[in-house]
Design a binder for this molecule. Structure first.
Ligand code: ZN
Length: 488
């Protein structure tokens, strides 16, 4: 029934059946955040994409070791090994220890991921905790002759590598093009070619984060950590490496070159990349003035936002697009997602109430097959969601009495609806369960009773004020003849 899972493999540019190296174990490495600022919309998409994959693999009963790193050293402002360390810079500006910056933003990142119902990875290693492993890997690459020392730094010799292997096999970039694109940057550079990348960088005197090494006091190049930590925790060969499409080049291309020399060719089987989020058709960026943090989204505190959006609305919005499609953020799209999600959650409540008949005219087996087929087709979550909406129609028809369902089919329907909505898509009903929601209900009722009193006293200014303030925080009020109704 569950069928075979196919994943789009970026390195072969086609969908391939997923066959783990060491069944039933699966090793998956995903590039995590560089923690020098608040998590933003751009962080939500890879986190949710690989959470979907993690959840589905577990649902298929694979034993998954999921490693997602935290980059806390070596990520310079410019991908071409130049500029200040992003965390070091933040630490300098805020007069903090770099590790204080890392702790603060890592904690905040984790809090936002919890809100988005993103499961914790099995291991979350930090680059700064694996300097020795990175030095060892750099030594191996030097010993093999594919790197050179220059002025206390160690660089990967891309040209030499490309004579034997294929630099660009992931990104499709061709070295000839890189020559012509970057030649003018050369000159006084300590690199042989501007596209060579650092395995180890000598630290300038003002650079805070530094460690001793055979070559200089310095720090590892950004691409080293994922190569070193991935292979440390998942072995010489492992199944899946993921990340955002923006990491395809240079980060993952450089990782592949490092791995090929230090570990062996094709040490990772599937490369999986999620596409980017745009905002009203534009790339998100601080300089573009459309930079939205997750905190902004959850609280409605950003001029781009018409209101606050709940974490599950964001999660549903992201899952409504296939992970390899671009996804455009807009208030309209988020509000549509909010409504769609509410309908699916209401459907679940109805599903738990409807009764089976002695015989029924609804057969669930097709729904179940359709949902698995969609997930197996490269995690096609929008199609799964479309099938859940089809199921919802049936649920509502059964409730209305225009369709019937027998006991066995009702059981399967509940099982399919629950496992896809909650376990695999990872959504949850934000309006149920916790004690704080009971308190919220009482508080809103109380505020609305005060509003009724204000109205009775013809104090329309106060009445309108209350309504408007509630609307701002996402509570819609409907006036009725004898009172009110409200919903979040
Ligand atoms: Zn990485």
């Amino acid at each position: 029934m569950q069928g075979k899972l196919f994943l789009y493999n970026s390195i072969n540019r086609k969908k391939e059946e997923f066959i783990p190296i060491n069944f039933p174990f699966v090793g998956m490495y995903v590039c995590g955040p560089t923690v020098y600022g608040d998590a933003h919309l751009g962080h939500a998409r890879p986190a949710i994409t690989f959470d979907l994959l993690f959840r589905y693999l577990r649902h298929l009963e694979y034993k998954v070791r999921y490693v997602r790193n935290i980059t806390d050293v070596g990520h310079l402002e410019n991908d071409a090994d130049q500029g200040e360390d992003k965390i070091g810079k933040k630490a300098r500006l805020e007069q903090l220890e770099p590790m204080e910056v890392v702790q603060y933003f890592a904690d905040r990142y984790h809090r936002e991921m919890d809100k988005l119902n993103v499961l914790k990875p099995s291991i979350e290693p930090r680059a700064s905790g694996h300097i020795i492993e990175q030095i060892e890997m750099t030594k191996k690459i030097l010993d093999s002759g594919f790197a050179y020392i220059s002025n206390g730094s160690v660089y990967f010799d891309v040209e030499k590598y490309n004579e034997k292997y294929n630099y660009g096999k992931l990104s499709g970039r061709i070295l000839e093009d890189l020559y012509s694109n970057t030649r003018e940057l050369d000159g006084q550079s300590e690199k042989k070619n501007s596209f060579d990348f650092a395995l180890w960088k000598q630290a300038s005197p003002e650079h805070i984060m530094r460690w001793p090494s055979p070559w200089s006091d310095g720090f590892p190049g950004w691409h080293m950590e994922c190569s070193a930590m991935g292979h440390k925790y998942l072995g010489e060969k492992f199944d899946i490496h993921g990340g955002g499409m923006d990491l395809l080049f240079p980060h993952h291309e450089c990782e592949i070159a490092q791995n090929t020399v230090a570990v062996g060719e094709n040490s990772i089987n599937y490369w999986v990349h999620n596409n980017m989020i745009t905002i009203n058709g534009q790339k998100m960026g601080k300089s573009l003035g459309n930079f939205i943090t997750l905190d902004d989204l959850f609280n409605g505190t950003n001029q781009v936002l018409e209101k606050a959006y709940s974490p599950m609305t964001i999660r549903f919005f992201i899952l409504q697009a296939h992970y390899r499609s671009t996804l455009d953020f807009s208030n309209e799209a988020l509000q549509a997602a909010e409504k769609g999600l509410a309908r699916l959650m209401k459907g679940n409540e109805t599903l738990n109430k409807i009764k089976a008949s002695a015989s029924g005219n609804y057969n669930v087996s097709e729904l179940k097959k359709n949902c698995y087929d969609a997930m197996n087709d490269d995690l096609n979550s929008p199609i799964v969601i479309a099938h859940l909406f089809d199921a919802l129609k049936t649920i509502n028809s059964v409730e209305a009495g225009t369709e019937t369902i027998d006991d066995a089919n009702l059981e399967i329907l509940k099982q399919v609806y629950h496992s896809f909505l909650f376990e695999i898509l990872g959504l949850k009903n934000e309006n149920e369960g916790s004690g704080s929601n009971e308190i919220l209900k009482e508080v809103v009722d109380m505020v609305l009773n005060l509003r009724m009193q204000a109205k009775a006293n013809k104090d329309y200014a106060t009445s309108d004020l209350i309504r408007n303030e509630l609307t701002k925080i996402g509570i819609t009020v409907k006036d009725k003849k004898d009172g009110f109704e409200w919903e979040i």
